[in-house]
Ligand binder design. Sequence first.
Ligand SMILES: Nc1ncnc2c1ncn2[C@@H]1O[C@H](COP(=O)(O)OP(=O)(O)OP(=O)(O)O)[C@@H](O)[C@H]1O
Ligand SMILES: [Mg+2]
Length: 243
Amino acid sequence: MSPDSKPILNVSKVVKRFGGFYALDGLSFHVVSGEILGLVGPNGSGKTTAINVISGLYAPDGGEIVMDGVSIGGMASHKLVHRGVNRTFQVPKPFMSLTVRQNIEVALAYGRAAVTPPTTEALLDEYRLAEVADRPAADLNNVQQKILDLVRALATRPRLLLLDELAAGLNPTELDWIAERIKALAQTGIAIIVVEHLMGFIEHITDRVIVMNAGKEIFEGKLAVAVQVPQVIEVFLGGEHAA
Ligand SMILES: Nc1ncnc2c1ncn2[C@@H]1O[C@H](COP(=O)(O)OP(=O)(O)OP(=O)(O)O)[C@@H](O)[C@H]1O
Ligand SMILES: [Mg+2]
């Protein structure tokens, strides 16, 4: 990332309420193309809600989300996919009755038209799903379903990719492998936001982190610096996660 790169995404003072509860309470940050930005914070701090609002699952109740100079807050998910925004889910949701191959083909057909799509075979090989290509997604284990969720998102040719706890539940070998895949994707110019509790993984792959607490940013910068900030330490040690 060059420091003067123009952000692909600007999140500014975004609010998301559920009833009277503020899940996002004035969240602001940006991400540039080719960057891997970590979004960390204790359980319930609003990380998934941030991804849900950016990816169009929920409309924000305040603030602004701007991608490439266009306000996208409240835009429907399918329109955002065509603009190059896609995400994975904390609990993956492939089409369970479709085969792995069919899941990928649906995503390929649905994706950003301007970009030459990868082939299903290339994705199956690269993401180690070739052996299960003709099995229904319901037959896959949790890790395979997570990888399929990533491949489904990639098949739509995103420019901004939001990963919600993709690495949770992976073994050390799988973690190394997925870390390299994510870094390679960023090198192609995709902006990637990674939500994760695994701090070693975050340290390894991110350029920069946003630490969230109670729907707000409390730190922005390198993770190595974040872990020395008293407010950040207190939030992590005081919460359920001492990761
Ligand atoms: N659809 C919803 N309806 C009501 N409350 C919600 C909804 N989604 C999230 N919340 C609440 O908003 C807060 C933030 O939740 P969110 O899922 O964004 O946290 P998170 O940082 O992703 O946590 P975790 O690390 O446990 O995944 C929580 O208190 C949660 O209960
Ligand atoms: Mg979450």
